[in-house]
Design a protein around this ligand. Sequence first.
Ligand code: 3H9
Length: 654
Amino acid sequence: MSNPVHIDIDGTIAIVRIDNPPVNALSQSVRAGIVSAIQETDANTNVRAVILICSGSTFMAGADIKEFGKPAVPPLLPDVVAALEAAQKPWVAAIHGNALGGGLEVALGCHYRIAQVGTMLGLPEVNLGLIPGAGGTVRLPRLILMADAFAMITSGKPVTAATAKLTGLIDAVSNTDLLRDAVAFTKTIIDLPKPLALSVKPIKEPLTDDEISAKSKAITAKSRGQLSPKVAAETLAAIQALDAQSGLTLERENFLKLKADEQSDALRYIFFAERSVSKIPSIKSAITKPISTIGIIGGGTMGAGIAASCLLANLNVTLIERDTTSLEKGVDRIIAILHASMKRGLIDPARYDALTGNLSSSTDYINIADADFIIEAVFEDMNVKKDVFAKLDAVVKPEAILASNTSYLDMNALAAATAHPERVIGLHFFSPAHIMKLVEVIHTDHVSDDVLATSMALAKKLRKLAVPAGVCDGFIGNRIMSAYRRAAEYMLEDGALPHQIDAAMKSYGFAMGLFEMQDLAGLDIGYAMRRRKDATRDPNERYVDIADKIYRMDRLGRKNGAGFYIYEDGKTPIHDPDIDALVIAESKRKNIARTSMTEVEIMDGLLAAMADEGAALLSENIAASPEAIDVVMVNGYGFPRWRGGPMYQFKRSA
Ligand code: 3H9
């Protein structure tokens, strides 16, 4: 393998360049190369300062996660960072793209930092079930306020170069050419004494015990069983009272403990799963068509969210609605989303103006005749959707792609009703569509490779996580969801109560239990769905009437204050003994002897139902891999990320 670290000497300044695509991860060869570069520049008497810069799209994005399963080969990252700190010449980190995890720790070992505008800097290790392991917890709070370091490390959220400049994390921002600006910056510090290493400085404004305790409490509640944010908070709290060397030892111990834990294994699994699922080997040579104009049919909640996503990706959008009143409401919804993005600082006023300028609207399909890609998000009914597709067939250009945002309808039947089934595809967005990252991309039997490739590319442009899925009722996510809802309903009749099932799910790491979730969605929604399926349901299949009975008691869930639970404030579920009595009476009516279940037994039953349905999806080629199922369940259905997903859990327990 060629050396990924190159040194160029430009007069008195050495430029050390890392080139380790795709993200300049700190693989062993990079670590060894940096150590050699320190030795070489220390030894060269002409060199008075060193700039550390990276090739490609980013600065170092962290330790090489692919090496984590293997024995560590020296030099280890903590030693590389310590060697940088101890270098005889000042090192200036010139940062672009992302400086994450070990990448930021390397920058903290340098004596100065300059970052290109737009760069993101962070310690995201908690997202991989870890804490920083190369001095991040010790050095960051010696450079910026402990309160800011605490927030960055326990949340894993990166900050922009602009924020980094404000907090003191970086010394300068480059607005144009990073290397040129780094050289200019270096010339301003070259005659100054080398700054003290961060590890010999004191902590910047330690937090009080009360502050630590309040923050730790909030972190424990939010992380729902995930260890790493809690350990990060504990490590930082302990480090405040230790000298830097003891702090580094403690950090390393905690890092190694977490690295060996199954939570980190699961989080690393899902990290790579998310990156692998959108690769479809069979369409490698397909042509991805350019997309610039999108037509959205239907401006309800889903349509507006999809339209906003497209606008935020700098696409031109035309919204179509059936009448002017609905059209006005749809446009208002889209504008409200963009406005909220501006209020949250995600887009500035100039961009808001530009994006709203890219939105047009009409009640006449002729206005999307030139659109490259049309996404319908009308009422979930086959005949309504067929009608929309017939209208589209008549007006849009032949090469336009027609997508449906159905969540369960037969996409093959919908495609067959059009003149060109090869250009029809399903794009199942999740609500709210401008926020949720997941999109199931439903490939029909006749869809062309180019249409599939272009749809995957569009999803990527919208910054979505696209998971291909075959045609079946409910695709991947809703199929698994129905299977485990069914299992939970059987459990109700067999001996568990709704609040016990919900408690088991929450202890496992779900944000919400299944019955709380149904109350949130509205029991009328589930009831209508079940009635739609009455005609096709096998009469011999076990059917649980409990949800129907609760609906018929005019308990619709949160929306009218009562469902499986009572809601006095509209949002907090209160256990209702009347519902327990109804559940118990149903078991009696069906002559089922109730047996109590522990939380572990409940979760084992639900997980087995998910894994069984997952196996069926794989055998029917609806899902391409167990990873695809896990990515859908984690990103669309609240399966705890740190558990990896139902298929990952099944494999572990097998
Ligand atoms: C750490 O640093 C621990 C230290 O504190 C202590 C150590 C002792 N390693 O995401 P993308 C691959 S823990 C190996 O699609 P983007 C990725 O799999 C680490 N590979 O690009 C993909 O491969 P492929 C802390 C990595 O532009 C390709 O790069 N750092 C790593 O959408 C492109 O990735 C993090 O947690 C890695 N560290 O986003 C940051 N990172 O092409 C993790 C990426 O074969 N990385 N790959 O599918 C990210 O968040 C995103 O990749 C990043 C780019 C934002 C950088």
